[in-house]
Design a protein around this ligand. Structure first.
Ligand code: BGP
Length: 468
């Protein structure tokens, strides 16, 4: 069947400031929590940034953005997802005046995108809370974060209202359950964190997200503002009804975040969930009204599916922040993430059935070890057929979902240019169409080389998916 994608489908790629900008202390930028996290999200923190932290230099997008955006344009990108580093705009997070040099940097980046007709898709907060807010306030546990966030979003919406049409509030907002430090800027160690505090932080983020949506719509009536969640279908490990219900509950706990964003209130099942956890959330009297500011679309990352069962001793799966139980029918990436293209069609249908709102796939891809070789023409490249195969299989399922009736705005594959991994903080785990000559021992020229997948994706975009 010839593949038919919508005419205005937004093809592109995705990144995050802390994983590729580098320049961690230039032009007035303050430290973010990522700057003291040298070995990935689950490893210990350091007091100060240390030289072994690959994110401090990243892939030096801060200085090479022109070259990189030119390469994205060559692939035909319609959209480029990036995040704003909050600590470039408000270095500590709680000051009253923004840092002009930080604002000016993103002006230059957005202008460069528009030069090629590329729409920026901007994540407001992507795992990069200013360090001071984590240390001094315990991150999102503290209600004051809403005030600081409001100041930050007002500043960037006002500044970029004519340059940015597509916005996402919090990256993978539901990841806070599993990774409260990177996702919630929470300083209290996970072991010492009470569930009540965790859900209070979640509530503050949900209110802040709705408030940002409200302010965004006021300042930019034409803008489209979305939430961003990790989407993971959870299969019952067996057809025993207990397993089926367990899997359903795990998936639904994950969905709670989208429920609030799209329905403008907590879902009915939350009441029992909080009662069983013995949790009572503190509400401000304005919260109920603020939460009614719902999003224009739902964006999500998709890398894998997982399984669940009542028998928790079977929990052995690895994956994108949440692990789960291994599925005997699926292969996995080198990092144990279970590859499931059909799961993408499934979760898209589930999301659309539930909300009937447009979807945007803003992360998907294969993290792999790439080998730079010299081809017959003497060019350095990577023959990444495994990546092409992964992306192709997933895009075929996106196509199927569209023809199931799901409304989809676009697709931005993760790490369109190699960048530092969030979970391992290494450059060994690469996702890009463009190879960056930098290695985990700090060596490398930072030169960019086109991989085989670069030409493949260019063709896919050029033909609006027909070449899949
Ligand atoms: C998501 C994050 C990204 C990204 C991606 C791949 O959870 O939003 O920041 O890194 O996963 O994960 P990793 O880099 O760990 O392979």
């Amino acid at each position: 069947m010839i593949k038919q994608f919508p005419d205005n489908f937004l093809w592109g790629g995705a990144t995050a400031a802390n994983q590729f900008e580098g320049a961690y202390n230039e032009d007035g930028k303050g430290l973010s929590i990522q700057d003291i996290l040298p070995k990935g999200i689950l490893a210990p923190l350091t007091d100060e940034p240390t030289d072994d932290n690959m994110k401090l230099i990243g892939i030096d997008f801060y200085h090479r953005y022109k070259e990189d955006i030119k390469l994205f344009a060559e692939m035909g990108f319609k959209v480029f997802r990036l995040s704003i580093a909050w600590s470039r705009i408000f270095p500590k997070g709680d000051e009253l005046e923004p840092n002009e040099a930080g604002l000016a940097f993103y002006d230059r980046v957005f202008d460069e995108c528009h030069k090629y007709g590329i729409e920026p898709l901007v994540t407001i907060s992507h795992y990069e809370t200013p360090l001071h807010l984590a240390k001094a306030y315990d991150g999102w546990i503290n209600r004051k974060m809403i005030v600081f966030f409001e100041r930050y979003v007002r500043t960037i919406f006002t500044r970029y209202k004519d340059k940015v049409k597509y916005w996402l509030t919090f990256n993978e907002i539901n990841s806070i359950i599993h990774a409260p430090y990177i996702s919630g800027g929470i300083w209290t160690p996970k072991e010492a964190l009470e569930e009540k505090e965790l859900y209070q932080a979640i509530h503050h983020e949900l209110v802040a997200s709705a408030l940002a949506t409200k302010i965004g719509h006021e300042i930019m009536p034409e803008a489209k503002i979305g939430c961003m969640i990790i989407a993971i279908p959870v299969y019952p490990l067996t057809c025993h009804p207990d397993d089926a219900f367990k899997a359903f509950e795990t998936e639904r706990e994950n969905m709670l975040f989208a429920d609030v964003h799209v329905r403008g209130k907590y879902p009915a099942y939350a009441k029992r969930m909080f009662a069983e956890k013995g949790i009572q959330i503190d509400w401000d009297e304005s919260d109920e009204e603020i939460l009614k500011n719902t999003v224009d679309f739902i964006s999500f990352s998709y890398y894998m599916s997982t399984c669940d069962t009542l028998d928790q001793s079977k929990k052995n799966g690895k994956g994108n922040i949440m692990g789960g139980v291994k599925n005997p029918y699926l292969d996995a990436s080198e990092w144990g993430w279970q590859i499931d293209p059909k799961g993408l069609r499934l979760i898209m249908n589930k999301l659309y059935d539930r909300y009937e709102k447009p979807l945007f796939i803003v992360e998907n891809g294969l993290g792999a070890c790439d080998e730079l070789i010299v081809d017959a023409q003497g060019n350095k490249t990577v023959i990444d057929d495994y990546r092409i195969d992964y992306l192709k299989q997933h895009l075929v399922q996106v196509h199927e979902a569209i023809h199931d009736g799901v409304q989809v705005m676009g697709y931005t594959s993760w790490g369109c240019i190699d960048l530092v991994s969030a979970s391992t903080a290494e450059l060994k785990k690469r996702y890009g169409y463009i190879f960056v000559d930098r290695y985990d021992d700090g060596s490398g020229t930072l030169e960019r080389y086109k991989k085989k997948s670069f030409y493949w994706y260019k063709k896919v975009i050029e033909t609006n998916g027909k070449a899949l």
